[in-house]
Design a binder for this molecule. Sequence first.
Ligand code: PGA
Length: 255
Amino acid sequence: MSRTKIVAGNWKMHKNLEESLALTTEIRGLVRDEVKAKVEVILCPPAISLASMHRLLEGTSIHTGAQNCHWEDQGAFTGELAPGMVKSTGATHVIIGHSERRQYFGETDDMLANKVKSAIRHGLKVLFCVGESLQQREDKTFYKVIEKQIREGLFGLDRKEFSSVVVAYEPVWAIGTGLTASPEDAQEIHHFIRRLIADFYNPEIAENTSILYGGSVKPDNAKQLFAMGDIDGGLIGGAALKARDFIEICKAAGA
Ligand code: PGA
């Protein structure tokens, strides 16, 4: 299988500059060849830390990514970050469509589609998040919800653009709650997402797209999740803030 295994740490609004550099140094010191050879590791800190972390990671295989960006190249958008600015820090990735952005900052599928296109145009790879709420899981509308998020967020891309996309399935009810989708339930959704991609683009593109799972991934459940055929790694929140836990999860992805 030619898909890249990926583990990305989403630090959310944690760690100031000094703390970010300390955690990065710790993670850098713990990444061994077994992880380097098999897993793409990406650290997504608060944006203020991106440039300094990139310098600290120079010469290693660890990448950096932002947690969000705007779709415009520049302009009067106080407080926002343009994709070219993210790129100028040395970052290679950007998370787009995280459920916290959708929920607390009113980001719509339309806005997200613009962000994705713009980020890719600036040479960034996109970690695009989708996932259903507890209500949507219970009333069994989750397939529809996920399909809409994927279609509207991503399917405006041409094939070449789509090759810069990594999908992250993150059920909202599993984020930061300690609840995790069972490996079988997660696999079912990952398979569904891959089929959507195969039907819209083609089976080869679907086969080559990495689809990550996110939502309370910890060292003790990572192995079972990553063992599933369509789960190609994880987007990690809480456990990414502890270097040893994060590395254990990286190892599980490479196992
Ligand atoms: P969690 O967060 O691992 O703390 O559940 C995952 C995420 O929101 O990306």
